[in-house]
Design a protein around this ligand. Structure first.
Ligand code: CUA
Length: 229
């Protein structure tokens, strides 16, 4: 999760987020190179004393500074497209989780396991324990197995919400009447925090998401406990 003074991306906990960070760094590097070059050229203009009264056109330089930026843009466009299609690829998911956005909480359904379902509300500040995170912890966490392909189906019951977990590189809108799909693979155990990221009303800030990533045998134990109760 993000803590104070952390303005950058969170550490990745999934292969897709790792790729997203690589792409971010790649695009930023190109951006810095362009900024430095253009900045240098503009700065040096102040100290330029050369005047050419008969200069009307320069076919060659026009050609160069039109085509060169176009080629540079390709170096962003192709990795971007690669990532776009990579994010959409789904490869034999072992667990499917359905998440439904409400004003203002999330509810979840484990469709593979007798449709286990529960609501997940934020814990209010006055009920928070000392080890809890304010505005971020929920009463019922999602439990998911690590090192497995997870499919997530997102929808909403009232207005548009957005199911967003930065560390996993997941951000899907939940739209009433539609069922959106994405997938992720958590490559370590732990807690992963997220928040709704679609302005959905007065308590938009107060519908966080918490994933508890556990080894597969723990997950099976959790599922069977819930099936029996
Ligand atoms: Cu739900 Cu913002």
């Amino acid at each position: 999760m993000s803590t104070w003074a952390n303005l950058g991306l969170q550490d990745s906990a999934s292969p897709l987020m790792e790729q997203l960070i690589f792409f971010h760094d790649h695009a930023l590097l190109i951006l810095v190179m362009i900024t430095v070059l253009v900045g240098y050229l503009m700065f040096m203009l102040f100290f330029n004393n050369y005047v050419n009264r008969f200069l009307l056109h320069g076919q060659l330089i026009e050609m160069i500074w039109t085509i060169l930026p176009a080629i540079i843009l390709l170096f962003i466009a192709f990795p971007s497209l690669r990532l776009l299609y990579l994010l959409d690829e789904i490869n034999e998911p072992s667990v499917t989780l359905k998440s439904i956005g409400h004003q203002w909480y999330w509810s979840y359904e484990y469709s593979d396991f007798n449709n286990i379902e529960f609501d997940s509300y934020m814990i209010p500040t006055n009920e928070l324990t000392t080890d809890g995170f304010r505005l971020l912890d929920v009463d019922n966490r999602i439990v998911l197995p690590m090192n497995s392909q997870i499919r997530i189906l997102v929808t909403a019951a009232d207005v548009i919400h957005s199911w967003t977990i930065p560390a996993l590189g997941v951000k899907v809108d939940g739209t009433p009447g539609r069922l959106n799909q994405t997938n992720f693979f958590i490559n370590r155990p732990g807690l992963f925090y997220g928040q709704c990221s679609e302005i959905c009303g007065a308590n938009h800030s107060f519908m966080p998401i918490v994933i508890e990533s556990v080894p597969t045998n723990y997950f099976i134990k959790w599922i069977s406990n819930n099936l029996n109760s």
